[in-house]
Design a protein. Structure first.
Length: 203
């Protein structure tokens, strides 16, 4: 079996969305002194590769721990995005109910540069509504966000219980392949959490 890690590392240098608090990692136990190593981690729920639960932008939406576990596993669909999102191009891709759709924009190539937050394409409202009609489980992007303020696409997806994965990486390795997606967020009882995302290549 072949597995591809689609997650970015988490450390104090991990980029954060403008205005969000930076990650802090402090020793809580030192091996040579205490006989064990331990750390205190202060991190935002939307840092690095993470999942947005409906509560992130929907007042009565579910928290992450209220999502059924089967929502985090599904058949993957890879879609390459050239410069901007195009509904007609997306319609050419076979998408089934329960799929996890991953959009490869190439923005992960500039993850540590200002362009990552200043110059990313946005999923359009008509595409979001199309994905809702397809009854998919999740949308994933190699960008800091699926859209820009006022985050209407976030709201369209989340109010329909379509979870959002942001800050993915290594999506290029999925091109032309069949794969299954496994998403493993921390089971926090709030709006979202950092997550490990793995693609299993299907022979």
């Amino acid at each position: 079996m072949q597995f591809i890690d689609l997650s970015v590392p988490i450390n104090e240098s991990t980029p954060v969305y403008p205005g969000d608090p930076k990650t802090k990692i402090q020793p809580a136990g030192i091996l040579e002194k205490d006989g064990y190593e331990d750390h205190y981690v202060c991190i935002g729920t939307h840092v690095g590769t993470h999942v947005d639960a409906p509560r992130h932008m929907i007042a009565a939406g579910k928290n992450l721990d209220q999502i059924l576990i089967d929502r985090f596993i599904g058949q993957g669909v890879y879609i390459k995005v050239d410069k901007k999102f195009d509904l007609e191009e997306i319609k050419k891709v076979e998408i089934e109910e329960g799929d996890i759709v991953l959009f490869h924009t190439g923005m992960s190539d500039v993850y540590h540069k200002s362009a990552y937050y200043d110059d990313y394409p946005a999923i359009t409202e008509d595409i979001a509504n199309y994905l809702v009609k397809k009854k998919i489980k999740m949308v994933g992007v190699d960008m800091c966000s699926v859209d820009h303020e006022p985050f209407l696409v976030h709201r369209i997806l989340l109010k329909n219980d379509i979870l959002i994965i942001e800050n993915l990486t290594n999506l290029v390795e999925l091109q032309g392949k069949k794969f299954k997606v496994y998403v493993f967020p921390i089971k926090l009882q709030i709006d979202g959490a950092p997550t490990r995302v793995i693609a299993e290549i299907i022979k």
